[in-house]
Design a protein. Structure first.
Length: 127
C-alpha cells in the first residue's frame, strides 16, 4: 500500500496535471486504472480500496449502493477540491488504523448506515 499512498499524495498535490479538473470521480478512475495495472503485473493481491470504502462507511455512518468511497469523501469534505486535498491524510489514517488493528479490512462489518438526506453531492452519479 506504500506505492498507492505515494501515488495518492502525488495526484492530490497537483490534480490538474493527472486528471484535468478537480473531481473525485476522476481521482477514482485514475486510481482504479493504476490498481488495475498493478494487478495485471502481478504486484497486487488484495484491492486496498475495498477495505477503505468499508472504513469510510463506518466512520461517516453512510451506506448505500450509490455511495462509493469518492462520494463519501466529497460529502464529508463539502466539495470535490477539499476531498482531493484531504484524501492523502484520510488514506493515511485508514492505513494506520489497519496497521494497528483498530480496523480489520478483512472482517465482515455490519452495514447499518444510512444515506444522508442532504448532501453537497446532489447530481453525483457513481456510474
Amino acid at each position: 500500500m506504500e506505492r498507492l499512498s505515494t501515488i495518492i499524495g502525488t495526484l492530490c498535490r497537483r490534480p490538474g496535471i493527472y486528471i484535468g479538473r478537480a473531481d473525485m470521480r476522476h481521482v477514482r478512475a485514475f486510481l482504479n486504472g493504476y490498481l488495475l495495472a498493478l494487478e495485471e503485473m502481478g504486484e497486487l493481491k488484495n484491492h486496498p480500496l475495498n477495505g477503505f470504502v468499508h472504513w469510510l462507511e463506518l466512520r461517516h455512518d453512510i451506506q448505500g449502493a450509490a455511495w462509493g468511497w469518492d462520494r463519501i469523501l466529497v460529502h464529508a469534505a463539502g466539495s470535490h477540491a477539499e476531498a482531493i486535498r484531504t484524501l492523502p491524510a484520510v488514506f493515511s489514517l485508514y492505513r494506520s488504523e489497519v496497521a494497528s488493528g483498530v480496523f480489520d479490512p478483512e472482517a465482515l462489518h455490519s452495514r447499518n448506515g444510512r444515506e444522508p438526506e442532504q448532501t453537497c453531492t446532489d447530481g453525483y452519479s457513481d456510474q
